[in-house]
Design a protein around this ligand. Structure first.
Ligand code: KIV
Length: 290
């Protein structure tokens, strides 16, 4: 029996997502970094994010700071070739939206030309101006507040944000500032559940939570975390539904054992010569024996 049958089939667009907030329907977002992960996720989720988490999840970096536009474009193109029905959002990497409005618009516009429906960028009120410039160029923007991984050095590590009054009130101000600047949705990452609830209830745009409690308009988790494909420590907000890393390793080691014992491949897994050619092959001798 397929577990995919109750999934939404309509093409997910920004107006659809905004309607869902009014209807109280929760949006589901995950990451994809290539055509395989996109094809697995697309029939199930509502939003696919080509996240800059590709840096630590797939490329072996310790954090997202080394991720470049060239890397993001490479992964976005692979995902976009699958033509997902989910809303396709591409993450603006570190330094791709900080230097000038012109460069930011070129980078974000390039994502749309490669098949993204929208871009996501990290930061609060100080990013409002660049959000306005992008929206003015018809580039939809998803904001990202709270534990913003590109600010790891400023935060002094990957720490829960909004736990003191100043920080919590600033987050609410930032959320409203980004909404006013034209963001169509906000990711809220690593903040207390009560703060995420207050933001969600006071905003008209949907919020997508990750480590932000149950009251957000939707939830996002990294694909590899949900499927247990990462070996590293998983934060407490991650729920893993299958130990994929171990499961895949177990399957691969069964194949390796079959190769080593000679039970792979079988005649059924091999090609045969046409009738009559076997003798010619068997009788062949090198023409210039050395
Ligand atoms: O890059 C990413 O995967 C993200 C999500 C965790 C929201 O920004």
């Amino acid at each position: 029996m397929s577990h995919i049958s109750d999934s939404p089939v309509e093409r997910v667009t920004i107006p659809v997502l905004q309607r869902w907030k009014g209807e109280g329907r929760r949006a589901v977002m995950t990451t994809a970094y290539d055509a395989v992960t996109a094809r697995i996720a697309d029939p199930i989720v509502d939003i696919i994010l080509v996240g800059d988490s590709v840096g630590n999840v797939c490329l072996g970096f310790d954090n997202t700071l080394p991720v470049s536009m060239a890397m993001m474009n490479h992964h976005l193109e692979a995902v976009a070739r699958t033509k997902p029905r989910a809303l396709l959002v591409a993450d603006m990497p570190f330094l791709s939206f900080h230097l000038s409005p012109e460069e930011t618009i070129r980078n974000a516009g390039g994502f749309l030309q490669r098949g993204a429906d929208a871009v996501k960028l990290e930061g609060g009120a100080k990013r409002a101006e660049i959000v306005r410039a992008l929206v003015d160029c018809e580039i939809p923007v998803m904001g990202h507040l709270g534990l913003t991984p590109q600010s790891v050095n400023v935060m002094g590590g990957f720490k829960v944000q909004g736990r003191n009054a100043d920080n919590a009130l600033r987050l609410l101000d930032d959320a409203h500032c980004l909404q006013e600047a034209g963001c169509f949705a906000l990711v809220l990452e690593g903040i207390p559940a009560e703060l995420a609830a207050r933001a969600t209830n006071s905003l008209t745009i949907p919020t997508i939570g990750i480590g932000a409690g149950p009251s957000c308009s939707g939830q996002v988790l990294v694909f590899h975390d949900v499927l247990g494909l990462t070996e590293s420590h998983r934060p407490k907000f991650v729920r893993t539904y299958v130990e994929g890393f171990l499961l895949l390793q177990e399957a691969l080691s069964r194949w390796a054992a079959d190769v080593r014992t000679g039970t792979f491949p079988t005649p059924q897994e091999s090609y045969r010569l046409p009738e009559g050619l076997s003798d010619a092959i068997a009788n062949w001798a090198p023409s210039n024996p050395t």
